[in-house]
Design a protein around this ligand. Structure first.
Ligand code: ADP
Length: 466
């Protein structure tokens, strides 16, 4: 059973029950009041009859003009129940008195009862009457309540027919209203089905703009769709990056392998190549093997970073680390101009080996991508609860169009310049900086050099690190 039908039925049943209770109470009250009104009238008439002094047990002078227009019947009885006299409008009929009524009258109390006749119901009031302080008989006054019964029957019909009509109308209106109220839910269901079928996460549920249950459901549903869309896009992007990475990696690995394979072919040649050529081929193979090893190492570092390998998080004193790194770089390029300076006592929280690798990558890039006369400076400065480590070079700078891509894997601004690297250095630096809860950024202006800045959490230096 649909929610719409359930809601409508629920409303209708509640309304029908309310109407039944209301109609029942109304009907009972009206019928009781009606009987009570006639009963009071009969009591009054009986009293007036007695007080008029014209009542003789055996000769009832019926003072019709004093009574209400409705026909009234009067009758007297002895206490043994024998009828003494009655008004002529009774004809051959007699006003009945039940055994219980007779007993009540004998006990000096009045009694009212309704009796059914062929012409409708009659309300009979019976009361003992006395003379000279003595109870002498019973006076019975009666009136037909058939008219009232008719009115009550009409009321009953109105209540039953009205109740049924109102309930049916309420069911119809409730059905329409419930349909209108639940329509947005239908639309949400349809949208969800379409999204499921078409995988179209751009779709949104039309919002009612109201802050009611359905409005909130639509907003929540749309927010969930936005998150799903985001997640879907990220997964797609990750897959795309992964595919590209695998393609680029294979491509990079293939170049040295092809060279090595070609060189092996040369070595196998008959007649053998000259000793001089052999020497050159072997040198070439050593270089290519070194390149292969570097590449595989780089890929391994990236794969580990991708797998979320935990790095150490310990205090690193920058002064000694800078000294050690610069010594290493100076040995590689003694002709280049290096400046290394870290304020004394400055320390960061991170992994010493990883940070050193980042610095070596940045300094190596400074060497590779700048002319020999360009100076390279490694410096550090405290920035709030972080430390900014900068590698500045006086090289040609990086064009604005290239800048957003330099941290991408296998990206090289000028791929034609073979031998400068596989384009993995900065992506490794980026991954290692993030793995230490830090960041890496670059500012560069063509012609004015570039500055790479690594930011890591600042800490106080442990003594044994210094
Ligand atoms: P590569 O192995 O080519 O050095 P990287 O990821 O380290 O790969 O650098 C990506 C690209 O960024 C380089 O190919 C180069 O074009 C540019 N780049 C990096 N560092 C510098 C620099 N200091 N000055 C100019 N260009 C740079």
């Amino acid at each position: 059973m649909s929610l719409r039908l359930r809601l409508t039925l629920l409303y209708s049943i509640i309304l029908a029950l309310t109407l039944i209770v209301f109609s029942g109470v109304l009907y009972l009250t009206v019928s009781r009041v009606t009987v009570a009104v006639v009963q009071t009238a009969l009591q009054e008439q009986a009293k007036r009859l007695v007080s008029s002094g014209k009542l003789h047990l055996d000769n009832i002078e019926y003072p019709a003009h004093k009574f209400v227009p409705r026909e009234t019947y009067v009758q007297t009885r002895y206490f043994n129940g024998t009828i003494i006299d009655k008004t002529s409008n009774l004809g051959s009929q007699a006003l009945p008195l039940s055994e219980r009524g007779l007993q009540m009258c004998r006990a000096g109390r009045s009694w009212t009862e309704t009796v059914s006749t062929v012409d409708g119901r009659l309300l009979v009031y019976s009361a003992p009457i006395g003379a000279n302080n003595q109870q002498v008989g019973i006076l019975q006054v009666a009136q037909s309540i058939a008219d009232y019964d008719q009115s009550l029957a009409a009321l009953r019909r109105v209540l039953v027919i009205g109740g049924v009509v109102v309930t049916l109308a309420a069911f119809g209106i409730g059905w329409v209203l419930a349909g209108a109220a639940l329509r947005p839910i239908d639309r949400i269901t349809q949208t969800a089905q379409t999204i499921g079928a078409e995988r179209d996460f751009d779709r949104r549920v039309p919002s009612t703009g109201l802050n009611d249950e359905i409005g909130r459901l639509a907003t929540t549903f749309n927010a969930m769709l936005a998150q799903l869309q985001d997640a879907y896009r990220q997964v797609e992007q990750a897959l795309h990056t992964q595919r590209r990475f695998a393609g680029d990696a294979s491509h990079e690995l293939r170049t040295p392998l092809t060279t090595i394979r070609g060189n092996l072919g040369l070595l196998q040649r008959q007649p053998p190549i000259s000793d001089e050529d052999r020497e050159a081929v072997l040198d070439d193979m050593v270089d290519e093997t070194d390149r292969l090893m570097r590449l595989v190492n780089d890929l391994l570092v990236l794969a580990r970073a991708d797998a979320g390998r935990q790095l150490q998080s310990a205090p690193i004193a920058l002064d000694p680390l800078f000294e050690e790194t610069c010594r290493q770089v100076r040995a590689l390029a003694p002709e280049r101009q290096f400046t290394c300076a870290a304020p004394e006592g400055l320390a960061v929280l991170g992994d010493r080996d990883a940070l050193k690798q980042v610095l070596l990558i940045l300094l190596d890039n400074g060497l590779k991508h700048t002319p020999p006369n360009a100076a390279i400076t490694l410096s550090a400065a405290a920035e709030g609860d972080q430390v900014a480590i900068s590698v500045r070079d006086g090289g040609p700078g990086i064009p604005a169009a290239v800048l957003p891509h330099i941290f991408e894997r296998f990206y090289r601004a000028d791929p034609s310049r073979t031998g400068v690297g596989a384009g993995l250095g900065l992506s490794i630096a980026h991954a290692l900086a993030e793995a230490q809860h830090g960041s890496i950024g670059v500012t560069s202006q063509p012609g004015q050099g570039s500055t790479f800045t690594v930011r890591l959490p600042r800490t106080t230096c442990a003594e044994d690190d210094v």
